[in-house]
Design a binder for this molecule. Sequence first.
Ligand code: TYC
Length: 93
Amino acid sequence: MAEKQEQRVEPPKLYQVVMLNDDYTPMEFVVLVLQEHFLHDIDTATQIMLKIHHEGRGICGVYSKDVAATKVELVQAAAKRAGHPLQCTLEAA
Ligand code: TYC
């Protein structure tokens, strides 16, 4: 019988999607983005939006690198389409 080989698999690195405050994007739009792209319920989405509004930035969610990068792209595209300057970025968690 072959000797059992020890396998070490590193856990995947996680990335947080961070949303930034600005003076122009409507609060309702940010709450919708948090619901539609990050699957928060309306109360949580509202709390996160208000935290960003008051503190300048906030975490929308934590994902693998590919998923986080795709979310950033989709949110930027939705904001651009709607004519809002909303920005979000990806950071190692
Ligand atoms: N500061 C914006 C306003 O007063 C609302 C806002 C919240 C914008 C969060 C962006 O990521 C943001 N309309």
